[in-house]
Design a binder for this molecule. Structure first.
Ligand code: 2HA
Ligand code: ZN
Length: 267
């Protein structure tokens, strides 16, 4: 378990360094069930407000509410805590000192419940505020999510070959909802069935991964493409006749062939 906690701390440091984790911004959970054999939770149960039967009895590391990523990077157990979901799936109890969990707990645990339900090997969920992706989420013309791949995904894929190669599912779009709300969690749950990363309009992203580094990498690859796109558009601002070209359809098909895409979701 030490290794998993060290990886969580490492990723928290990257989130801060990238400028994606201002103040208490962002949160994460990692399933730690494999490290526990008996019920070691204690104290009063804290109701979840929903029933999550597929993660009943499971253990999670959860970032604490109002805690800073930059502090979590040094001291994960002071800025988050391990919880166990009660056997009836309606509440949780802490395992050690209680640090109240993130305000986005509904999204994280509802998605974790879905991942267990479908037998996924994914263990981690991540919410963060990547600057360039959030900037693009203010542009209505990029938020149309009726086609697959959607327009934002096609734009990002066409920036560098690696985006398509390493984020082959693209990015789903979740219309704006109040942070921390069950509505946001439900909208996220709907989209995450098809994507590893979804964009929370005018707020941030929510990602899932085999571990927390995997979830971070997915966001990092997509945000890198968003940054390149925005940088190219600053050239357009000075030279209005020159639009970013993007990779050709043929070049993108080559990437798909060489990397044997699309990759399948684990559920
Ligand atoms: O943890 O990012 O969305 C603070 C947030 C809420
Ligand atoms: Zn947020």
């Amino acid at each position: 378990m030490t290794q998993v906690l060290e990886q969580i701390a490492e990723v928290a440091g990257y989130l801060w360094q990238q400028g994606w984790g201002e103040r208490n911004g962002g949160n994460l959970t990692v399933n730690l069930t494999g490290f526990f054999t008996t019920d070691v939770s204690k104290g009063e149960p804290h109701p979840l407000g929903v029933t999550l039967p597929h993660i009943a009895g499971q253990y999670f590391y959860v970032k604490g509410t109002q805690k800073r990523m930059r502090d979590l990077a040094r001291k994960p157990m002071e800025n988050g805590c391990i919880i166990r979901i009660t056997d009836d799936g309606t509440a949780y109890r802490p395992v050690d000192d209680f640090v109240p969990p993130t305000s986005e707990l509904p999204s994280h645990l509802m998605v974790q419940d879905y991942l267990r339900q479908c037998g996924s090997r994914y263990t981690a969920t991540l919410h963060t505020h990547p600057i360039e992706l959030v900037a693009l989420s203010h542009h209505r013309d990029l938020l149309d999510d009726t086609e697959r791949p959607n327009r934002l995904t096609r734009t990002l894929w066409s920036m560098i070959p690696e985006t398509l190669a390493f984020a082959p599912l693209g990015i789903g779009i979740v219309p704006y909802e109040v942070p921390g709300s069950v509505e946001l969690a439900e909208a996220t749950l709907k989209k995450i069935r098809d994507y590893d990363v979804v964009l929370w309009e005018k707020h941030g992203v929510f990602a899932v991964g085999q571990d927390i580094m995997d979830a971070f990498d997915q966001v990092d690859v997509l945000n890198k493409a968003a940054r390149i796109y925005l940088d190219a558009l600053t050239y357009t601002a000075a030279h209005p006749d020159s639009q970013p070209e993007g990779m050709t359809g043929e070049a993108m098909r080559d990437v798909q062939r060489i990397f044997r895409l699309p990759k399948q979701r684990p559920c």
